[in-house]
Design a protein around this ligand. Structure first.
Ligand SMILES: [Zn+2]
Length: 167
């Protein structure tokens, strides 16, 4: 299996390191060491509470978060791992807005730190629609190791594809 398309946006030396980690088989050891446990947020209620807590801490003035749920995602490279949808509709003459976050089902048995990457990413879209500098600054504010964790999240997907997920 070739996973290079997961890492195309990274500098070449990172891509080389990643490739070595995978082909040498050290990826499993790397993960077991760094992330010994999976998170326990199996229900959508607990996922919602987890997300909303982060939102209240970092985005106090943002509108209400209506739902957070796990969603089956077939192609994780093409499709985003998470989505933030903003729907507005007329309701009794008033414009009502709804914020919904969906997290790829594959993250149900991920380490907490990697779930957090996605949650933080989708929360940041409350403030910034685009993936610009301000967006990533906000992500790093909520999760200081955001960039490293995002890379690890991609490695986690490789593990799953290799059926090496041990959580
Ligand atoms: Zn995004």
């Amino acid at each position: 299996m070739n996973f290079s398309h997961y890492f195309l946006q990274y500098p070449e030396h990172i891509q080389t390191q990643v490739q070595q980690l995978i082909t040498s088989g050290k990826i499993e050891h790397y993960f077991k060491n760094k992330y010994p446990h999976a998170h326990q947020l199996q229900s959508e209620k607990s996922l919602y509470e987890y997300t909303n807590k982060l939102k209240q801490r970092y985005l106090k003035n943002a509108p209400n978060l209506n739902s957070v749920r796990y969603k089956k995602q077939s192609d994780l490279v093409k499709n985003a791992l998470g989505t933030h949808t903003f729907k507005s509709h007329q309701h009794g003459g008033k414009l009502k807005a709804k914020h919904e976050i969906a997290i790829a089902e594959q993250l149900k048995n991920a380490p907490e730190a990697l779930l957090k990457v996605l949650v933080v990413h989708e929360l940041a879209h409350f403030k910034e629609k685009e993936h610009n500098k301000a967006f990533y600054q906000l992500c790093c504010h909520m999760a200081p190791e955001y960039h490293q964790l995002e890379l690890d999240l991609r490695l986690f997907l490789v593990l799953q594809q290799l059926q090496l997920s041990f959580y």
